[in-house]
Write a protein that binds this ligand. Structure first.
Ligand SMILES: [Zn+2]
Ligand SMILES: [Zn+2]
Length: 212
């Protein structure tokens, strides 16, 4: 099983996210600090915000040899680019993501053999004394992302009528008819000629092609 796995994903030491632990010599207690600057892999983040591909990511790590493998603790610092969830303006941030992960020696891991399915805990294994930081970095970055990035805390977002940025124009408003009246008008219109671009609360217009 393990041999198969190794053959499938042999790590390449030239990969910037692959680290070599050989220097630790499998001596529990030995420790090594590693700093590395890499360029961000693609898709490091989520839809609204993330680390742009190719951006500089600074990694500060500590590799510690323990009985069952190598414990990796570190921090990744990288620029973030995204957009404000309220006004959709572009925004930039600095991200600091912390991570800690245990990479086991393949021979120390005899649990996984039976528990292929339903094995909640993913065991990361050293391959040829090397490990791939990429999945760990990815998880750490996603966890550290702001959930609702905003350009500024008091961003007022966009006008729901016309899309204007309300922060630029706090007094912004429209001469709208009373909302109930507007609803009635819409109601009348849809009753007349079957228009239904605006669903009106309470009653469901018989839609032709709606999958439900
Ligand atoms: Zn905003
Ligand atoms: Zn408006």
């Amino acid at each position: 099983m393990i041999r198969e796995q190794e053959a499938l994903n042999r790590l390449d030491h030239r990969d910037p996210l692959v680290f070599d632990t050989r220097e630790l010599g499998r001596r529990p207690g030995s420790m090594k600090r590693v700093s590395r600057t890499i360029s961000a892999p693609a898709d490091l983040g989520v839809e609204v915000i993330g680390v742009p591909e190719g951006a500089t990511v600074e990694l500060e790590m500590r590799l510690e040899s323990v009985m069952e493998g190598v414990l990796v603790t570190g921090t990744a610092t990288a620029p973030l680019k995204g957009e404000c969830v309220r006004c959709l303006d572009p925004l930039e941030r600095e991200l600091e993501a912390e991570f800690q992960e245990m990479y086991s020696y393949p021979d120390a891991d005899d649990r996984g053999s039976d528990a292929e399915e339903g094995d909640e805990e993913e065991v990361l294994v050293l391959e040829g004394d090397m490990f791939d930081l990429e999945p760990v970095l990815r998880d750490a970055v996603v966890l550290a992302l702001p959930l609702q990035p905003v350009c500024r805390e008091d961003c007022l977002g966009l006008c729901s009528e016309c899309g204007a940025r309300l922060s630029d124009d706090p007094g912004h408003h429209h001469e709208t008819v009373d909302i109930r009246w507007a609803a009635l008008q819409g109601f009348a219109a849809s009753a007349e000629d079957g228009e239904k671009d605006e669903p009106i609360g309470g009653r469901e217009a018989p839609d032709e092609n709606q999958e439900k």
